[in-house]
Design a protein around this ligand. Structure first.
Ligand code: ATP
Ligand code: MG
Length: 420
């Protein structure tokens, strides 16, 4: 029986690879923390209703991918498939939008759950870092988020990603386009499910991945030819601000994204080394979402970047992150007295901010040195009875192999000065 098996579509993050994930999350969060975004954490589950309304009844996420269940108390809950609806719900609940300081800018990081067909880069449990700017309609805000995501990816060393940009219009111009698109789609040779989709959410048909569908979509009306003057001006300003910031992007008139709530600015980050799971992140403006979940009008914009796919993108580009060794000093005691002394040394090093570890368990010198090597520590401190009788410990530089005796009372200061 293989008992030790993570559930299908999931995987564990374990050392040393897990360090990469932490670094990626930190790198994505850093520009946000530096730009006025406050950290928010919401529950891993919410009422099904929130996602049904906030993500959209007709989306794949809600109809096919959501882990929904009924609790013993009879509540209908779902594991969160995405972050935006929860964050907006939390902001409304805490009345953050009434504090008179709009936009409310928030960032988050966590696990998300979708019942998908598992593939490389597509999992049932995955991780995102996201940002939302709630309660302001300002093209500079849309631009800010795109620029910050670009900065995050670049700080990691990623180069082969592209930013796709589009505008989905608003409640004034989208309905006109929607009707025109529906007219066009009705004339095509589509299967029943796709025809139904054309009825409920025709824009999403543009996103169909099948070749025979895409072939028929050549010549479909494009939203950019239907944008009202206000949407056109807004989009033009977003494009100008991004361009002025030196961030390049591609206009993609067919970019629609899977969630129902997007309006105006829509964007996706794709990485060309990832095959079919190419989206490393995406987002856009969602001016109508607050009202859709029962709140006041709060025009907002946000994005979510996939941590798992970002790590795959780094691998695809052959980028190795410069991760500091997790341990700087490894202590190897030989005998009981040495254990007490070196344990004290390790504790003091740690108090002083030096990453230190200790050889636990009764090990011989050989086994202990193997652990020291594996830890990646720059220095090893070894002490036996004879050393202690002389009031010293042996300090070994693991890079040069050089070894010197250092007084027990000087070892902490000596290590600190060597490591600084
Ligand atoms: P896709 O088109 O690949 O299904 P999506 O549009 O469903 O992506 P979003 O809801 O926009 O994805 O989520 C933002 C990001 O989260 C994606 O760009 C991707 O990097 C990541 N992501 C989404 N679903 C998964 C998944 N099942 N496994 C791993 N990462 C995912
Ligand atoms: Mg998806």
């Amino acid at each position: 029986m293989s008992t030790f098996k993570a559930p299908k579509g999931t995987y564990d993050l374990i050392p040393p690879d897990s360090a990469k994930y932490l670094a990626v999350r930190d790198a994505i969060a850093a520009p946000l923390r530096n730009s006025g975004y406050g950290y928010i954490e919401t529950p891993g589950f919410e009422s099904v209703e929130l996602f049904a309304r906030g993500v959209g009844e007709s989306t794949d996420i809600v109809t096919k991918e959501m882990y929904a269940f009924e609790t013993k108390g009879g509540d209908r809950l779902a594991l969160r498939p995405e972050g935006t609806a929860s964050v907006l719900r939390a902001a409304l609940e805490a009345n953050l939008h009434k504090a008179g300081n709009l936009p409310v800018k928030l960032w988050y990081s966590g696990s998300y759950y979708r019942y998908e067909r598992p593939q490389k880069g597509r999992y049932r449990h995955f991780s995102q870092v996201g940002a939302e700017a709630i309660g302001a309609e300002d093209p500079a805000l849309d631009a800010e988020l795109i620029i910050l995501a670009d900065q995050a990816y670049r700080s990691l060393g990623l180069r082969d990603f592209r930013i796709l940009l589009n505008s989905l219009g608003d409640q004034e111009c989208r309905p006109v386009y929607r009707a025109a698109l529906q007219d066009f789609l009705r004339g095509l040779d589509l299967d029943e499910e796709t025809l139904r989709r054309a009825d409920i959410n025709p824009l999403r048909v543009l996103d169909d991945k099948r070749d025979d569908v895409q072939k028929q979509l050549v010549g479909a009306p494009l939203l950019r030819d239907y944008l009202c003057d206000a949407c056109k001006a807004y989009h033009e300003e977003v494009r100008e601000l991004i361009t002025a910031a030196g961030v390049s992007f591609e206009d993609d008139a067919k970019l629609v994204r899977g969630l129902d709530y997007y309006t105006r600015t829509t964007f996706e980050f794709v990485h060309d080394g990832l095959g079919s799971q190419s989206a490393v992140g995406g987002g856009g403006r969602y001016d109508g979402l607050s009202e859709m979940i029962g709140g006041p009008a709060l025009p907002s914009v946000g994005w979510a970047l996939g941590v798992d796919r970002t790590v795959l993108a780094l691998e695809a580009e052959g980028v190795t992150l410069e991760l500091p060794a997790s341990t700087s000093v490894f202590a190897v005691p030989l005998g009981d007295e040495a254990r007490r002394v070196l344990f004290g040394v390790v504790s003091e090093l740690r108090r002083n901010g030096v990453a230190a570890d200790f050889s636990y368990g009764a090990k011989g010198l050989k086994g202990a040195m193997k652990n020291a090597n594996r830890s990646g520590a720059r220095y090893t401190v070894v002490a036996g009875e004879r050393d202690l009788a002389e009031g010293v410990v042996q300090l070994k530089d693991m890079e040069s192999g050089e070894q010197v005796a250092v007084g027990v009372n000087e070892i902490v200061a000596e290590l600190e000065s060597r490591l600084s």
